[in-house]
Design a protein around this ligand. Structure first.
Ligand code: SF4
Length: 441
């Protein structure tokens, strides 16, 4: 855990993308907010944080009150203030755009309030003084499970979180670029949930029907917050080489372990936000030449426009309509990635154009072309319906077709933002609590 214990090289190379506001700047920014009656910023947030309310409290220098307003809607308000794509969420919806003015810096204000709360040793409040007998298990310690666990614990339920890795937080700890959200900040935030009395069991992988049977005997309800499974591989000759690396694994390694050795020239396959984060990281870790290769055109890329612009500023190159065909290696390592130009054929299928082969010289290849669902686990849960590998749930409650199980986050939505997972987890936590409250009324 070299980086978590304070690797100064990583800290230096991955400095804050959006540095914190000073107190003076925060109050000035808070006073620009129009406190809109219909607050479109609030509607654009999946967790519906009361934005004008928390900003108003900053303007009145009530930082604890501001943080509690945020936490009431979103228990991971600190990490979301750093990791959310606010340009397409709250800040993108701010009415000031209509007047050709800069939108309110909602994310930086949210971070300002949350940083002050953490510095002051703030604690999450309980929502019920009553301790309940029912026990809830959350599988996975990512954002969806954390939000579900916190909500239920705040309402007096006994909650245990099972996590296969050594640290909690899921993507927040292992997968968000360090210049947005350092792993250390993710873990500090989770300490608030641990302090509530949620039990965390690490290094425990729930995988089989027998594992689930045991949980079903011990717990009254089970929340599936398991995220997604293994990264999809390239499936071309040479892709078993040790320097062909899953981009998420590459990010996790530099965030929570020894920084990986980065080659002089790196090819990144895929054009989503993970590909961008990995490409930027490769640049910051010392690669001279980093190129994102994508089989379709610029307008088809799934990365946000601001991430694309950021990557260009970091010096990442882009090559469009390119299909990787073969990885050439010799005894010293990868020599090049053979590619061909791509086109869509008459049947609407992408194919390599004959006679267009070229070699991209590189010594390392990072792939970010999606993840498979965790089918082994999900298909072991008796009586839950899957749709395209995703758990089918009632969207308002997260209830699956098995009344013992709720689910949320990436295993339901196929892979969206951290804030979507938090919203799912909280909704499920509320629904579980209400179900028991009705039974006992
Ligand atoms: Fe403030 Fe903008 Fe939200 Fe209006 S839309 S309440 S100005 S942040």
């Amino acid at each position: 855990m070299e980086n978590l214990s304070g690797n100064s090289e990583i800290a230096e190379r991955f400095g804050d993308l959006h540095p914190p506001l000073t107190a003076q700047a925060a109050i000035a920014e808070a006073n620009r907010c129009l406190n809109c009656f219909d607050a479109p910023c609030m509607g654009a947030c999946p967790t519906h944080i009361d934005v004008p309310r928390f900003i108003g409290k900053i303007a009145r220098e009530n930082l604890r009150g501001s943080a509690l307003t945020i936490l009431d809607a979103n228990v991971l308000g600190a990490s979301c203030s750093r990791a959310c794509p606010v340009e397409v969420l709250c800040e993108g919806a701010c009415v000031l755009h209509r007047y050709n003015k800069k939108p309110i810096e909602i994310a930086r204000l949210q971070r300002f309030a949350m940083d002050a709360f953490h510095r002051a040793g703030g604690r999450l409040p309980l929502k019920s003084a009553e301790m309940r007998a029912e026990k809830i298990a959350c599988i996975g310690a990512g954002p969806a499970s954390l939000a579900c666990a916190a909500e239920l614990r705040q309402r007096g339920f006994a909650v245990t979180v099972f996590e296969r890795r050594a640290l909690p937080g899921g993507l927040n700890t292992y997968g968000v670029a360090e210049y947005k959200l350092p792993a250390r900040a993710s873990l500090e935030e989770i300490e608030l949930i641990q302090a509530l009395g949620v039990e965390f069991r690490y290094g425990v992988e729930i995988r089989t029907q027998a594992d689930l049977d045991e949980l079903e005997r011990e717990f009254d309800r089970i929340f599936l917050g398991v995220g997604l499974g293994a990264a999809r591989r390239l499936g071309i000759p040479g892709d078993e080489h040790r320097d062909v690396i899953d981009a998420l694994e590459f990010i996790a390694r530099y965030k929570t372990a020894h920084p990986p050795q980065v080659a002089q020239s790196v090819a990144v396959i895929g054009a989503g936000n993970t590909a961008i984060d990995a490409a930027n990281a490769a640049r910051r870790l010392g690669a001279e030449n980093v190129a994102i290769l994508y089989r379709r055109s610029e307008r088809h890329m799934s990365a946000f426009a601001f991430e694309y612009e950021h990557a260009k500023q970091e010096g990442v190159q882009f090559q469009w309509r390119v299909i990787p065909v073969r990885i050439h290696v010799d005894a010293s390592g990868i020599k090049s990635l053979e590619c061909a130009q791509a086109r869509v054929n008459e049947a609407g299928v992408l194919e390599a154009v004959e006679g267009t082969a070229f070699h991209f010289d590189c010594q390392q290849i990072l792939y970010a072309i999606g993840q498979s669902p965790l089918l082994e686990l999900l298909s072991s849960v008796r009586g839950i319906e899957l749709s395209n590998g995703r758990v089918a749930v009632d969207r308002a409650t997260g209830l699956t077709s098995n009344p013992k199980y709720f689910a949320g986050g990436d295993c339901v939505n196929g892979g969206r933002e951290v804030v979507d997972a938090v919203a799912d987890g909280k909704r499920a936590g509320v629904a579980v609590a209400q179900a028991f409250e009705v039974v006992h009324a």
